[in-house]
Design a binder for this molecule. Sequence first.
Ligand code: UDP
Length: 317
Amino acid sequence: MRVVITGGAGFLGSHLCDFLIGKGWDVLCLDNLITGAESNIAHLRQHPSFRVQPQDVSQHIEVAGAVDAVLHFASPASPPDYLKFPIQTLKVGALGTHNALGLAMAKKARFLLASTSECYGDPEVNPQPESYWGHVNPIGPRGVYDEAKRFAEAITMAYHRYHGVDTRIVRIFNTYGPRMRLNDGRALPNFLYQALAGEPITVYGDGKQTRSFCYVSDLIEGIYKLLESGEHEPVNIGNPREITILEFAERVRAVAGADVPIVFRPLPQDDPKQRCPDITKARRILHWEPKVDLEEGLRRTYEFFRKQMASAGAKLE
Ligand code: UDP
């Protein structure tokens, strides 16, 4: 099996490279490194089953040789990143998905789209089942990501229905683990960085908004099961344990053993008030559910960040 992974040097993309190489697949990683990192794939560089091709997938994609699967994971994915790269975010969700689908069609390969819980926007239904159409502000600051991913789902279904491409769509909920960028601006890297650096932990709003955090190995396993299934409509993959952001901050602080205060900062515009996956469908058709609990996942992630900050010479308490 030979797979093309767009965004293969990103947080999730690089874990997928590892996982599929572990299954004996050949992996071609495409990335332009605007939010991905060379360090995420450095350990694979010498592996005989791994190749990397610098590529902005919003431009036409040319790949030589046979391809069995295309996994489209390229996109800025943290709110500060897509605010910083709004046009690239729109383009990679729209043009990038079109190009990746075109590649899959030309190669008669399976296609899997990394979609997102952001398709549900600021949801008025909790937890969110796949049948919920969402509550999205198209012109707000998050619209560049939400609408690009909604377009990506629409064009994926169109290629499936009209061109017969063998497609999958995974709606990914908040995921965490090693290789998240220390400065990516999301809650977990911010909180861990702050706890490790002895700085106050910044909770936005009153901290009563909720999220549900999935450890990366669980997510990758769910994605693999979806890829191997025959399901063409979207499937939620995430951890259904819902937690307020304030409680999450307290847990991160406890895992890090840090004696730092929690301070409150303004809530960003359109920040969803609640988010929790309904994973009934994944349980039923993929026989999948997450295994790593929050405490264990936080401990593993803390170890990664601690080593990274130590090697970067960052100031530690
Ligand atoms: N958040 C926070 N402090 C931070 C970063 C994020 O309180 O330093 C909040 C953010 O407002 C949101 C939640 O944590 O309510 C999760 O944010 P994240 O950026 O991780 O991803 P999102 O789920 O919003 O896409």
